[in-house]
Design a protein around this ligand. Structure first.
Ligand code: PLP
Length: 415
């Protein structure tokens, strides 16, 4: 194997040196319980509160509006179930979300449907964007919450969050956003953008797995998530994971220190990747070409099976992901790709390359050199590709717009 290229930063990231260093004292030296009154406990309490301040600062929030959790999934569950259950007694039993949310949101909404809530799942159209006017149309007098992700984890599209926030505010409806993929990649200010609740996760930004946070605007009605001790202002009991919380805060601070720089660095690599990969015959880019995360490049290739593509890329040292088969072992294509109108046969040939802080232009060049040969090899063994070649089936209508022209149009990044 000549080279290792990790191009799956949307799945997780490596803990950075600075993050690790900031965490280490809390395992062996400052190991007290932050709830203990003696010195060793208080030595752990102060960094915990400093971490809260750092996370709050990155979001434009107040420290007492930040709650630490165990992951993005927990934050999503807490935000959605917590608001829904708190407002049900007031006759608010309706939730609005989109069809292509992460399962942390979709399965939470489905669980609430079983409790008697009504959920509207909005379309995201061919470009993978929720339309603010659809949100407005869906709001009723019973709507408790709108939950729309900040950026999609598979196709990277960045949603019109400030516009949706404005609409929710106008109608007096609470607004939650799953910003797990957006934090550090997009400038976020919860006050300016009218966000009432926001979920984030550490492991997408070079902090460890198993730590996250939920921003809850002061005054938002929210049921407690874990009953127990007085931690997290008695709303989420359990002794705090001080080391990881400190790691999360360090990562947030680093990620938020230079968002324009990251956008520039990552989008330069992404745009080259997109430009070159779209030269492959019958390849398409998934999701809006402009409103997308700086590191996200999501493709479909006709006549290629995503899982096999991943295995062959792995043999060449490239870690990537595909939306074609989900982790449950089912062969159903990704709900995200289906939500943007792709047929199963096209969605099965998907590839997500997600670049991060540790990637270089050489990594991109290596992917560009390696990928076309693998696609050719897979197509040479594919009965579907034969059928496409001989005109027995055609998926070209899903490929025309996204394929041409090969220009620098991806170089403009708007957020
Ligand atoms: N939401 C989005 C958009 C994600 O991409 C992920 C992780 O992939 C999650 C939620 C879940 O986060 P965690 O892995 O911290 O539970």
């Amino acid at each position: 194997m000549s080279r290792i290229v990790y191009a799956d930063n949307a799945a997780t990231t490596r803990v950075s040196e600075q993050v690790l260093e900031s965490m280490l004292p809390f395992y062996r030296e400052v190991y007290g319980n932050p709830s203990s009154l003696y010195t060793l406990g208080q030595q752990a309490k102060a960094p915990l509160e400093e971490a809260r301040e750092k996370v709050a600062k990155c979001l434009g929030a107040r420290p007492n509006e930040i709650y630490f959790t165990s992951c993005g999934t927990e934050s999503d569950n807490w935000a959605i179930k917590g608001v829904a259950r708190a407002l049900k007694g007031k006759g608010k039993n309706h939730i609005i979300t989109s069809k292509f949310e992460h399962h942390a949101v979709l399965h939470t909404c489905e669980a609430l449907e079983k409790e008697g809530f009504q959920v509207t799942y909005l379309d995201v159209y061919e470009n993978g964007l929720v339309r603010p006017e659809d949100v407005e149309t869906a709001i009723t007098e019973n709507t408790a919450l709108v939950t729309i992700m900040y950026a999609n984890n598979e196709i990277g599209t960045i949603q019109p969050i400030p516009e949706i926030g404005e609409i929710c505010k106008k109608h007096g409806v609470l607004f939650h956003t799953d910003a797990v993929q957006a934090v550090g990649n997009v400038e976020i200010n919860v006050k300016d953008q009218n966000i009432d609740l926001l979920s984030l996760s550490g492991h997408k930004i070079h902090a460890p797995k198993g730590v996250g946070a939920l921003y809850v605007r002061t005054g938002v009605p929210l049921q407690n998530f874990i009953d127990g001790g007085a931690q997290e202002r008695a709303r989420r009991g359990g002794t705090e994971n001080v080391a990881e919380i400190v790691g999360l805060a360090t990562a947030m601070e680093l990620a938020c220190a230079d968002i324009p720089g990251r956008i520039q660095r990552l989008s330069a690599m992404r745009d080259k990747l997109i430009h070159e990969v779209l030269k492959v015959d019958r390849a398409r880019l998934n999701g809006d070409p402009i409103r997308r995360l700086p590191g996200n490049a999501s493709f479909c290739f006709q006549g290629v099976e995503g899982e096999s593509l991943l295995l062959l890329l792995d043999l060449k040292g490239i870690s990537a992901s595909s939306g074609s088969a989900c982790t449950s072992g089912s062969l159903d294509p990704s709900h995200v790709l289906l939500s943007i109108g792709l047929p199963h046969e096209v969605a099965h040939g998907s590839l997500r390359l997600s670049l991060g802080d540790e990637n270089t232009m050489e990594d991109v060049d290596y992917i560009i050199e390696t990928l076309p040969g693998i696609i050719e090899r897979l197509r040479s063994m594919s009965p579907l590709w034969d059928a496409i070649q001989t005109g027995k089936v055609s998926y070209d209508k899903y490929f025309t717009e996204r394929k041409a022209p090969h220009t620098n149009r991806f170089l403009a990044v708007e957020h």
